[in-house]
Structure formats: structure tokens, C-alpha cells
Design a protein around this ligand. Sequence first.
Ligand SMILES: Cc1ncc(COP(=O)(O)O)c(C=O)c1O
Length: 403
Amino acid sequence: MTPADLDAADPLAHCGTRFWLPAGKIYLDGNSLGALPAATPARLRLVAEEQWGADLIGSWNAHGWIDWPKRVAAKLAPIVGAEPDELIIADSTSVCLFKALGAALALEPERRTIVARTAEFPTDLYVAEGLARLLPGVGLRSVDGPLHEQKLDGTVAAVLASHVDYRSGERVDLVRLNEAAHAAGALSVIDLSHSAGAIAVVLNGSGCDLAVGCGYKFLNGGPGAPAFLYVARHLQERLRSPIQGWMGHARPFDFAADYAPAPGIDRFLSGTPSILALAALECGLDTFDGVAIEDVEAKGRRLAEVFIAEVTARTGIDLGWQADRGRRGSHVVVPHPQGYAVMQALIARGVIGDFRPPDLMRFGFAPLYNSFADVVAAAEALGEILASGEWNQPRFLTRQKVT
Ligand SMILES: Cc1ncc(COP(=O)(O)O)c(C=O)c1O
């Protein structure tokens, strides 16, 4: 089948118009910053002018702003396989992770260890290490190899893992991971940043205890969008947030001197919600309207398959285990010793991916707006750049601060 045939048969092709994408560019970095939903600019203007501008502070009641962290979370629930009352939108992923790990550590004082992979996303390790510095006796054990194969014992409070690895794109089996954590009496804390909105996550069905994730990647919430925090319902009354703010109080507007955690997921809120950012994230979540997350995942797999086949045929680069669709998330990495420069040359041609040291070019597939024509054109550009040596120019070789 040609890319045009694949696009013609794509049941999600109509979702492309839900986004604003610049002409002439192929955007394969939605795993880092999702594209702008077409509805976002007008919605931000409306919330700013008609709510904040016209109704001022009365908007907290008139427009229900106070409930937005939960109202918007309810739209995320089917995407990550959770119940609406198990999710809130708040803070950044790093801060949500601090809350999740801190709550897990406070549950059973004799459990003092967080176990995570050495290759975990750095912020996850930094947050865990920060907690270890703060709390007497707590330590981070970073390990190599699959977490479910580690020796976990009665000292472990939390097993921390990304569902999809930010660098390699490899996906962990959540059921196995949760079983291993639970067998040791520990809680699982899962970072869904690279799977929420791309993979059919089943938080409840796989037995996850706590989870966090970014709002600005496949959820299209905009740069620095608030994150989400999931706490399995059966744990909520037993856990407390280590950031006790007034928004997590049972009666915030009593202004009481003593803290009393709100019932349920609300206790994990801390401060005043970021309303404009929530409005943008809601537009991002609305891009999933009427679409089953299983169909999103299926298209992502197919896009990656086509890309892998084209790259292999055009460059001869072996993409190894990535051919195994069950092991992948929704991005593919292409190793090359000059990967940074090659990616800059691709970007100069309008094909936007990114680079992760030491040598990986990342290509993310956002099934709502990427087409089969996109991935074939990207592979074609990559093949040409490698064959011509076009990447070998000073302007492509110098690293930028942010990539
Ligand atoms: C797996 C993972 N966790 C966390 C983050 C960052 O979280 P934050 O929203 O706190 O910047 C990223 C950012 O790329 C990520 O890839």
C-alpha cells in the first residue's frame, strides 16, 4: 500500500483538522511537546476575556473554576483507564511525583527504599534522591535491568518506573511490574509521560497504585501544561500528600489553623489551580473526543512500523528490538554517531524530531495528527541526508541549549 492508500484508509485521518500545524513541516516531536489544538487560542481568549476579565474573582463560582482540576481530569480518565475520582490535574510532573513518592514513603515507616532504574528519566531520579535527603533513613536504589526481575523485599516502599522509556521508547509490562511490587508489599509509582494519549494505558486494570504524567506531550495541553496524578481509589484514604496545601484541605474556605485532608483524591491538591493552563489542557484532551484510545494506539503502532520499514530500507540502519511492536511506545529511535547533526539537518528540511545523548534521534508518532505520508517523507529525508553527508556542516554540529 502507498502512504496515500494508508492515509485514505485511516479511521483517525479526520482528527488532523483538530490541530494547527505549520504548512511545510512534518512534526514528529509530539512526544515532547504536542501540537497546538485548533481550539486552544479561542478558548484561552474566552477564558481570559469573558471569565477572568468580565467576571473577575466571581469566576471561581460563576464558571466553576474551583472544580477544574477534577473536571478536566475526568476527561483524562478514559484515556488512561482510570475512574474520574482517581485523578487530579495539578502542578508539574516532578511535583506530582514528589507527592506520590512522599505519600508512599509515609505509609509504612519501616519501608525506606525507592527502587528505580538507573536509566529512568532524570527528574524522577532527582525527585527520589531529594526525598532521600529530606527523610531520615530513606534511600534510592537505582538498578539495571527490568524492575520485575529485581530482588524486592520488605524494605521497599515504592517501585518507580516509566511506562515507556523516554530514551529507548521501550515499554514495561505494567501487570508484571505491579505484581512484583505488590508481592513485596510495595506500591508502584508509574510515570506515564510517554504513554498517556498514545498508548491504551489501563491504570486500574493493571493494578497500578500511583501514577503521574505530563500534560504537554501526547495530551496536547501546551508548553508547561499542568501534570496529572492518579491514586487508586482503595489507597486514597490511607495516603497523605507531603505537600499539605489549603486546596487539599477538607474545608479550605474555613481558613482553619489545623490541616485536615480532604476526602478522596482532593487531598492531593496543594495550591490554587492554574486556570488558563487548565483551559488549554482541556482543549488538548478534547482532541480525543469520540476516539477510542485503542484506535490511537493501533495507528501509532502502524505509523512506527511503516517508519521502521522505510528507514531500514533507505539507510540500512538496524533498529533492532524496535521491530517488536509489543515492546514499543509511540516513538522510534534511530542511532547514529552524528545523530545530533543529522537531526539538525532534518529540522532544517522541516522534519522535526529530537535527539537524546549519546546518539539517538527520536521520532515521535502522534496518531491524531501524524499521517503515513509524514512518516514516509521523514524516512526519505533521513535517507537523503545520510547518503549526501548534508549533516556535516558547522551550523548543524553545534549543540543548542534546549533541544
Ligand atoms: C518521563 C518524564 N517524566 C517527567 C518529565 C518532566 O516533567 P516536568 O513536567 O516536571 O517537567 C519528562 C519530560 O520530558 C519525562 O519525559
